[in-house]
Every structure is written in structure tokens, then in C-alpha cells.
Design a binder for this molecule. Sequence first.
Ligand SMILES: C[S@@+](CC[C@H](N)C(=O)[O-])C[C@H]1O[C@@H](n2cnc3c(N)ncnc32)[C@H](O)[C@@H]1O
Length: 249
Amino acid sequence: MTELDLIIDLHKNSKRQGPGSEGETLKALGFMRLPSGRKLKMADIGCGSGGQTITLAQKVNGQVIAVDLFPKFLDELNERSERLGLKEKIVTLQKSMEDLPFESEEFDIIWSEGAIYNVGFENGIKKWKDYLKIGGYLAVNEITWITNSRPKEIEDFWKQEYAEVDPASNKIKILETNGYSLVGYFYLNQDSWIENYYKPMEARFDAFLKRNNNSELARNVVEDNKSEINLYLKYKDYYSYGFYIARKN
Ligand SMILES: C[S@@+](CC[C@H](N)C(=O)[O-])C[C@H]1O[C@@H](n2cnc3c(N)ncnc32)[C@H](O)[C@@H]1O
């Protein structure tokens, strides 16, 4: 198994592959003034096993195209949507977010939780704008500084991991410069990281190591995640996932 296979293996059979919660997906949705009287078309990009996709499909009158690069996550989402009677409302699509087969102005809503960093925030919001109807909504979240300054250790860590880490004010400026108007912003609460993401992940470490024969590569994957968790616990007052909800002008 490659390191990527192992990372997918660690995250399979989990409700979420990143921090978040149903309540915060609904909070983001609540900023949108959606047209009634017709079915809406949504894309959920980097959906993983569909924590937020299920919520969107349950709450919005319309269909979600749920995109992810990895079939394992999409298979899990298909099973869940079948079980919940949402098969007609969720269509899964295995594609890279860099190569989406969408048409101009196809969507009322483009959603992406914890995934836009794979193409970069500015690049993603620029490219995806074309797929949105005028007046349509974008909802994306990603790593954001929540204070004006921070200790060097955490600043260096995130700059190294993701060069576009920034305070919300800079991200909002990027949205405005690229033809969006912000309609809402908040950042994820600490339970969304600890209770919904890190604790369930920690609970999977033993079984993950066992089924991967306690290999060195598997142990490294666990250690990397433990370091990320420890950094979060130490510096959680300085960063979170900022959730940006914006309307296409
Ligand atoms: C941090 S996870 C977030 C998953 C889910 N949205 C959630 O919040 O639980 C990032 C997701 O992006 C997907 N991903 C990574 N690179 C991708 C790409 N190039 N195209 C599409 N999806 C990608 C991963 O498979 C993963 O499901």
C-alpha cells in the first residue's frame, strides 16, 4: 500500500473526513436566500463519504452532484444515500476537482467543505464561478487564522502545509475581487474538530494499524495525525476552518 492508500484506509468508514458538523452545514445554508418553486442543482466538491452531502440533500429541494477523486468514499456515500432513501437526490461523480465536466451557469449552489485547498482557494473560487448561475451561491470552508497574530510554531507549520493560510479578511477580499459578494462568514467550533473529527479518528488508529500489519508506513500515518491533533489542541485558539458563503454577482 502507498501512503495515499493508507490515508484513504484510515479515513474509510467514518462519517467525515474533516472537521465539521450538521449544525454548521445548516448554518452556512441559512445565509442563502434560495428561490422556491423549482428544484435546485448543487455540486458538492471533495464530498468524501458525504457528511455534508446528506444534509444538503435532506434540506434543499433539488439534486446534489457529489464529486470526489476516490471511489472508496463515493461507494460509502452511495450506500448511505440508498439507506436514507436519498438515491434520487444524490448523484456521485468520480472526478478531480481540477477537471470538472460541468457547464457554464449549471448550478444554483457550489459547496465544498475542507477540500478546496487541493486546488488552492483563489484558483478554486475563480474556476468554479463559471459553473454557478448569476445570483447562485458558493459555500466553502478552509483553514483560516482567527486572530491577528499567533505563535511562530503554528504559523510556520501551516505556512509550510498550505501557503494560502490567511485571516478571513484576506479571503473575503479575494472573493470580492473575483466577482462574489460575501453573504456570511463564521468559523467552525472546537467540537467540530475534536468530537466530530479527531476523537473518531483516534478511535480508529488501533484497528487501522492491525489491518495494515503495523507497518512502518502505517505507523508514520498515525504519528503524523497524532502530531496534527496535538498541534490543534495546543493552538486551537488561533485557527479553525473559516466558512465563507458568497453570492456570484
Ligand atoms: C478533508 S476531506 C473533506 C471531505 C468532506 N467534505 C468532509 O468535510 O467530510 C477532502 C476531500 O477531498 C477529496 N479530494 C482530494 N483531492 C481531490 C481532487 N483533486 N478532486 C476531488 N476530490 C479530491 C478527498 O478524497 C477528500 O474526500
